[in-house]
Design a protein around this ligand. Structure first.
Ligand SMILES: *Cc1c(COP(=O)(O)O)cnc(C)c1O
Length: 370
């Protein structure tokens, strides 16, 4: 039997009746696009976070892009973010016509090193885009302080942080707007693509509704600057409504898996397990560990049938697709070092216990010899 870091089929088996009923609800409703399910999900997702507004969009990349555009980011602006993230974070900035500017991450939690923000601000800086990577939040008080000092907007990339909390407040309620992805692997995942943007500001919400709907406020008449077709699909929205009621249970399941890893692997000297930062409640979107001989460890696990993932093997600024940014290799030393040492253990709430036990055993055996 082969073990992978993620599998939705155990979840589908247990939630099948509800999910198929969600599909039938939409198909029977007489309205297939921007109907009751999208509106209902938007209200329920906003309420879950205690934020006034939610606008459903087609995926997380466009949630970041439209979120930035709604906050006024466009060509000529700079947006400060990290290179240790999913490439879409940076693609979304690029997509607005703005320039991504990177700060390095911290050794202890692999998140934005907020002590470096101030030095990255220029007269062109318009926004800061902290990424709540792997399932825990960036130090938002520090981000907010720099933003306030320089009059910058802040958009949280919450694609990996559904259900996470920071000093008691939900991720997504900590800045001007927050972008979520519901890609199937995410902590709250659809059965296909989806995304959403949260904001407390009514004008930002209006812009978002326009931006996702061709730039229209009414049918057939474009008023907004370059709009998109970025609607959240009605079927995915209904599935997400059902799954939102189980989000806290999914998070609890992930924490239980993380606790078992700590118990089974916590004593291994060279293996660094995830550390939860002060004030954070981690949701473990991915369970990222670190080892100085990572590649040898992954190779040695393969004969055991265990194929692990790396999130992420290449820092964004080193990819040829981002060469135009002109950020030289070597300029983000912590990010670049981490990319060679991190890997992810299987993590999803329905992860079978025996699969996890097998992973722990194999890893203990392999680490004794690499
Ligand atoms: C998944 C992800 C995205 C992009 O979401 P999609 O729905 O795949 O477009 C953006 N940022 C981060 C940090 C992600 O993990």
């Amino acid at each position: 039997m082969t073990t992978y870091v993620w599998d939705y089929l155990p979840e589908y088996e247990s939630e099948r009746a509800d999910l198929l009923d969600a599909v039938d609800t939409v198909f029977s409703s007489g309205r297939l696009v921007l109907g009751k399910s999208v509106r209902g999900f938007e209200e329920e997702f906003a309420a879950y976070h205690g934020v006034a507004h939610c606008v459903g969009v087609d995926n997380g990349t466009n949630a970041v892009k439209l979120g930035l555009q709604a906050l006024g980011v466009g060509p000529g602006d700079e947006v400060i973010t990290v290179s240790n993230t999913a490439a879409p974070t940076v693609l979304a900035i690029d997509g607005t016509g703005a320039t991504p500017v990177f700060v390095d991450v911290r050794e202890e939690d692999f998140l934005m090193d907020t002590a470096r923000l101030e030095a990255a601000v220029t007269p062109r800086t318009k926004a800061i885009l902290p990424v709540h990577l792997y399932g825990q939040c960036v130090d938002m008080a520090a981000v907010e302080a720099v933003a306030a000092r320089h009059g910058l907007r802040v958009l949280e990339d919450c694609a990996q942080a559904h259900g996470a909390r920071h000093h008691g407040r939900p991720a997504g309620a900590l800045s001007d707007a927050a972008a979520f992805s519901f890609y199937p692997t995410k902590v709250l995942g659809a059965y296909g693509d989806g995304g959403a943007v949260l904001t407390a500001d009514e004008e930002t919400e209006r812009r978002l509704r326009r931006l996702r709907y061709y730039g229209m406020e009414e049918r057939y008449y474009v008023v907004g600057t370059p709009g998109h077709n970025s609607r959240l699909d009605e079927v995915q929205a209904e599935i997400l409504r059902r799954k939102l009621t189980r989000l806290d249970a999914y998070v609890a399941g992930r924490r239980a898996v993380a606790a078992r890893y700590e118990e089974g692997l916590g004593d291994l000297a060279e293996l660094v397990l995830p550390r939860t930062g002060a004030g954070n409640e981690h949701v473990y979107y991915v369970y990222v560990v670190r080892h100085p001989r990572r590649d040898a460890v992954l190779e040695a696990l393969k004969p055991h049938g265990i194929h692990l993932n790396i999130s992420y093997p290449w820092p964004v600024h080193t990819m040829t697709g981002f060469r135009h940014l002109g950020v030289p290799a070597g300029s983000l030393p912590v990010t670049e070092r981490l990319a060679g040492e991190i890997f992810s253990l299987p993590m999803y709430p329905s992860l079978p216990r025996d699969v996890q036990d097998r992973t722990i055993e194999a890893l203990r055996e392999v680490l004794a010899s690499v």
